[in-house]
Design a protein around this ligand. Structure first.
Ligand SMILES: [Mn+2]
Length: 317
């Protein structure tokens, strides 16, 4: 018996969701099953390929809904969980009880843990720390920007490793470790350290680049990293550099997409005026009320820049 888990790749909450779900599924439904993982990324074109659902059981965690009949389990908490109104309708008609959606949860990991306990009586005390940190990382509940960018805790170090590692192999190693090992133990693992250390140097360098490239006007930070070819950066760096800001709009590019990221400063006191997922949805993207993104084809840099400047203007207004 093979259980295929499609999870949000390069995301701490996505990895933690995959680890927690696999522990729960093994304990309650599929003892002795083999677990296989597929990292999913938001792209401008099709998200799911039919051949990805190759398990006897297929689960999607912390990622968009699929109407494919081979999907057994689904958990998500993103506001933009459905690609189309038809997908949302398909979900509403589901009678399996194994597809669950609640955008009020800060992390999908906490949502899975809560549902596993409430509906199926599954508790994993040894994963409590993992669940708590998934809520902090995905919910941006850090004490301050310094905690988020200083990378002094195992969870923030693993977040950098998961977000920055090339390909899915390292992330899937971490997922396997997260099933049974503490975050401190995983972060100290020599194999993980070997990936982390160069990423940490890159993190310091990206902070210098963003310091140099970013402007902050009318409470909106803007920067364009296309010429540097770096997509991943710690999303709290802008607020660390510009603590007085409310929003960030950035343009980045990678091998498979050009991306406009829109975020909000988690440490601002006044309520936010804009729902960023809704703004991104207008341009074909999505996310959460406080953080969103839009993916474009790799070559669509000018279009991405235009969208970024429109959104920046809207947020300033
Ligand atoms: Mn999530």
């Amino acid at each position: 018996m093979r259980v295929r888990i499609l999870y949000h790749d390069h995301c701490f909450d996505g990895a933690a969701s995959a680890a927690f779900f696999s522990r729960f599924a093994e304990a309650k439904f599929y003892p002795g099953a083999e677990f296989a993982y597929t990292g999913m990324a938001h792209k401008a074109n099709q998200l799911f390929e039919a051949e990805q659902f190759d398990g006897d059981v297929n689960a999607i965690v912390d990622f968009k809904y699929s109407t494919d009949p081979r999907v057994t389990w689904w958990f998500d908490h993103h506001q933009s969980a459905f690609l189309t109104p038809e997908d949302a309708e398909h979900y509403r008609r589901d009678t399996s009880g194994l597809k669950m959606y609640d955008p009020t949860f800060r992390s999908c990991t906490k949502y899975i843990a809560t549902m596993a306990q409430e509906k199926f009586g599954f508790v994993a005390d040894d994963l409590a720390d993992l669940v708590a940190w998934a809520d902090i990382v995905d919910g941006a509940l850090y004490k301050d920007a310094d905690e988020a960018v200083g990378l002094r805790t195992p969870a923030t170090q693993l977040t950098l490793t998961i977000e920055g590692a090339n390909g899915s192999e390292t992330v899937q190693k971490i997922i396997s470790m997260m099933r049974h090992r503490s975050l401190a133990d995983i972060a100290a693992d020599p194999e993980i350290q070997a990936v982390y250390q160069p990423l940490y140097q890159r993190h310091l360098k990206s902070m210098d680049i963003i310091r140099q490239e970013s402007t902050c006007e009318g409470g909106v930070i803007f920067f364009d990293l296309v010429k540097y070819g770096i997509e991943g950066y710690n999303k709290f760096i802008p607020y660390y550099l510009h603590p007085e800001s409310t929003y960030t709009v950035s343009v980045t590019t990678s091998t498979f997409r050009t991306k406009v990221s829109v975020g909000s400063n988690p440490w601002v006191k006044q309520p936010l005026k804009f729902n960023l997922a809704s703004i991104c949805e207008r341009y074909g993207g999505g996310g959460h009320p406080k953080v969103g993104a839009i993916s474009f084809e790799v070559g669509a840099v000018e279009r991405a820049r235009q969208v970024a400047s429109e959104i920046a203007a809207e947020l300033k207004g």
